[in-house]
Design a protein around this ligand. Structure first.
Ligand code: BDR
Ligand code: CA
Length: 308
């Protein structure tokens, strides 16, 4: 099987770090580049954390490009309360051996997608959509090189996690999200509606902890730290597998149920700022994922980590 070429745009972030471990462990994915954006923590930290994960996975060959240091219009918002001051709670931060790749993430996206065959690349997006929106504004023709965007963001039935209505990635740059959803590029959207169904329950971590090798232990450390932070804010709840859901969907779409929909974003000031609106009544360009098989999801993680 020819591995699927992907670019990952992210803001690590503890769950982004787990997502990167899954992607870099999978022989079915050919991660061509990682682009970083300001989100959970400022850009210098998301960029360092992405490179840390490449080093941990022994994949320093993958270039990491730093992207936009702030959202398009709104004031920056971060989420250290869920990810720790370093953005990567559970790991001792270190300065990675590999430097950032030269050039801006948005320019790299544009150059790569313009040079691509039609539909060659899948783009996984697990942070605010600033880099992707900026690339679309600068070079709308890049749509041709994209098979699909696989986005973690938004919420419908679950309500928000940063406000009662908004999910963090969309709230952190709603104008960028609106540009992306309006662009007609096919999107699969893994929102809180589905990520809240898959949590790092203690018995699942026990199974992971029993696996051999340092990487399973590192993943457990990350998820345990995320559980401590989650419990501080949402008593009795284990951390949801937000960003890892993108890679699980790519590798095992049969674990999920979804509906074609049209997603839009509330950008008007007020208490609904950053809310996603999901019209399921008529089939649209967006695939809104509604259900996940949580046990199958963790079995996939075990297989991936066991491979490394
Ligand atoms: C999303 O927000 C971030 O804090 C996480 O990394 C994830 O991408 C969940 O709402
Ligand atoms: Ca993220």
């Amino acid at each position: 099987m020819v591995p699927r070429p992907i670019i990952i745009d992210c803001d690590p972030g503890v769950d982004d770090a787990v997502m990167l471990m899954m992607a870099l462990a999978s022989p079915a994915l050919d991660v061509r580049a990682i682009t970083t954006v300001a989100g959970n923590v400022p850009l210098n930290l998301t960029s360092r954390n992405a490179r840390m994960m490449c080093q941990i996975m022994d994949r320093t060959d993958i270039p990491v490009f730093a992207g936009c240091p702030r959202p398009i219009l709104r004031e920056p918002v971060t989420a250290e309360h869920f990810h720790g001051d370093s953005g990567i709670a559970g790991l001792d931060p270190f300065e990675p051996d590999a430097p950032l790749a030269a050039g801006h993430a948005v320019q790299h996206l544009i150059d790569t997608l313009r040079a691509a065959r039609p539909g060659q690349y899948t783009i996984v997006v697990t942070g605010p959509l600033t880099n992707i929106a900026t690339a679309i504004i600068m070079a709308p023709d890049i749509a041709r090189g994209i098979d699909r965007l696989v986005i973690m963001g938004g919420a419908d039935t679950e309500g928000g996690n940063i406000t009662p209505f908004a999910e963090f990635n969309i709230f952190a740059d709603p104008h960028a999200a609106a540009i992306v959803f309006d662009s007609a590029i096919p999107c699969t959207v893994l929102s809180l509606d589905v990520t809240h169904q898959v949590r790092a329950e203690p018995e699942r971590l026990t199974l992971l902890r029993a696996l051999p090798g340092p990487r399973a232990a590192i993943m457990v450390q990350l998820l345990e730290a995320a559980n401590v932070l989650e419990a501080r804010w949402k008593e009795g709840r284990m951390t949801p597998m937000h960003d890892p859901a993108t890679i699980a969907w790519l590798l095992a779409p049969g674990l999920f149920e979804s509906h074609q929909a049209t997603v839009s974003v509330d950008t008007a000031p007020g208490d609904r700022f950053g809310q996603t609106r999901v019209a399921l009544s008529e089939p649209g360009p967006h695939e809104w994922v509604t259900m996940a098989d949580a046990d199958g999801f963790f079995a996939l993680i075990e297989r991936l980590v066991n491979n490394t």
